[in-house]
Design a protein around this ligand. Sequence first.
Ligand SMILES: [Zn+2]
Length: 231
Amino acid sequence: MGCKMAKILVYNNATNRMETYIRGENERMPYNYGKTLTVGEFRGNSNSNTLWTDRTTMETWNQFRAYYGRPIPVGAAFKRPWEGGHSQQSQHYAGTAFDTGQQVLTNEQRAVLRQRARDFGNWSYIEPVSISPTWVHFDKRFGSPACSSGGFPQISIGSRGNYVLIAQDALNALGITGSGLDGYFGNGMKAAVTKFQSANGLSANGIVNCETWVKLLQKTVGIGRTRTVID
Ligand SMILES: [Zn+2]
């Protein structure tokens, strides 16, 4: 990756503000202490110039790393919906999920890491070995899922943070511009959401509710990089 620099958007849960950092691949992530999580590790195999996460997730990583007491090899964390591969409402799109231990740890070591993640108690979800046998996935989740089956919370005008970024990114990838890529749900984004809803036979209320999340991600996941995406 050489001297490539990433733009990192961080939702500060304590101040309800978005923060922007410019960092190299070998530098630590914002709010990471002791350089236990570099930008390159957080990026994994994402090709994105822009990455995002939130302060609480980074601080939870710090706490878990200290609790576990040794390096945690990260294979991937961040992924954009249009980079493909993941489920419709993956926490990797929010920058709050980690896939760890693949290719470095043995099955026995992964079993210990998974158990330590459970004992730690501050992750929202730890994937069972039946779903991820060769890596250990844990993540942070915020708010109540918009869909009863789980996933992202409903967002609407005035919302801020990681989930707003996912929706903005999806709208941009589909060529519906006007919402930016800044984590703020303003009037431009409301108009973009309404336009998307109208074009897809949904109730055009400008609110990213369950049916809007489902349709937005159905249309975006796996489409590949497009020229309409804002970096
Ligand atoms: Zn994962």
